[in-house]
Design a protein around this ligand. Structure first.
Ligand SMILES: Cc1cc2nc3c(=O)[nH]c(=O)nc-3n(C[C@H](O)[C@H](O)[C@H](O)COP(=O)(O)O)c2cc1C
Length: 285
């Protein structure tokens, strides 16, 4: 029986869901599939010999792949001509997240067979706090059926060898992402993740929801951030007492956030619903 591996990173569940739909397409054609979330498996295997094709799924974070995905892809062994495909989830503007992954896999001697991009509900706290949820309820049934067909096509050898690249992000987004690098997060911003001891109830939710296990609790059971931050700010988002603040509250960040929210909420291609984010909970208004 032929076998497909799909490695994905998913914080909010949309990349996982899309990966499952692609896998269902393979399964419908009689393939076996394995799905692995990067949360649980940071180190790549030394070879993918047991698989006939490998897929990589990631959300766009700051118009590029999340830092942990980049790190994983860079650590992959030589692919020796192995067929691969990539899929990307995005909430507003995908940027060129797919380009990096596709290029790196090709440089590692993988053979590109397919590329899919799909909208996913944008749970970035910066935007939710501004009162906007972009691309709610995506991927929807239609998106998932496209993903399943994508999987079926690949299972049947319908490979596409000349897939266009994603366009580079807009100038302001490029500027924005100059401030959003692993180096800055892990050497500078990490020092500015703060917890208000009066508000913190030491529940440990921040530690639990950190996808890179970057949070430890100190002797007073308050969070301390390490050097593996990917900037998802899930810790801040899920805190039930709003005890955590991050550099995304800095005035410069606010300027970018407001500009992005303005642009996306006036874009007829992007569905927006008004929301309120409070005490770790998201309420649709
Ligand atoms: C920290 C963060 C940064 C994001 N940056 C972008 C972005 O630059 N462009 C975009 O279109 N969506 C962006 N998103 C939205 C996600 O790509 C989208 O919601 C995706 O569906 C999330 O996948 P997941 O549910 O598997 O975690 C961002 C989300 C987060 C949490």
């Amino acid at each position: 029986m032929k076998k497909c591996l799909i490695v994905y990173f998913s914080q909010g569940g949309t990349t996982k869901k899309t990966g499952e739909a692609i896998a269902a397409g393979f399964q419908a054609e009689g393939w076996a599939t394995d799905l692995v979330n990067l949360n649980a498996n940071l180190n790549p295997p030394s070879s993918f010999d047991e698989y006939d094709i490998i897929g990589f799924g990631a959300p766009t974070y700051f118009y590029k792949p999340p830092f942990n995905v980049t790190e994983y892809i860079e650590k992959l062994p030589d692919l020796n001509g192995k067929p691969f495909f990539v899929y990307i989830l995005f909430g507003t503007y995908k940027g060129d997240a797919g380009n990096f992954i596709r290029k790196t896999l090709t440089e590692k001697n993988g053979r590109e067979t397919g590329y899919l991009t799909t909208r996913g509900a944008d749970m970035f706290l910066g935007y939710l706090r501004e009162g906007s949820l972009f691309s709610p309820d995506r991927p929807n049934e239609e998106d998932l059926s496209i993903a399943e067909k994508f999987g079926k096509g690949l299972a049947n050898g319908n490979y596409n060898s000349s897939i266009p690249k994603d366009q580079a992000p807009a100038f302001l987004n490029k500027l924005e992402r100059l401030f959003l690098t692993p180096y800055l997060f892990n050497h500078i911003y990490t020092k500015f993740f703060k917890v208000n001891s009066d508000l913190c109830i030491s529940c440990g939710i921040c530690k639990k929801v950190c996808p890179t296990c970057n949070i430890e609790m100190d002797e007073d059971k308050k969070p301390v951030w390490g050097k593996d931050c990917i900037g998802c700010i899930n810790c801040e988002m899920k805190c039930p007492t709003e005890a955590i603040t991050s550099p995304f509250a800095w005035p410069l960040s606010k300027i970018f956030l407001k500009m992005n929210v303005y642009k996306a909420s006036h874009d007829p291609e992007i569905v927006t619903v008004p929301v309120k984010q409070k005490n770790g909970k998201l309420i649709r208004l």
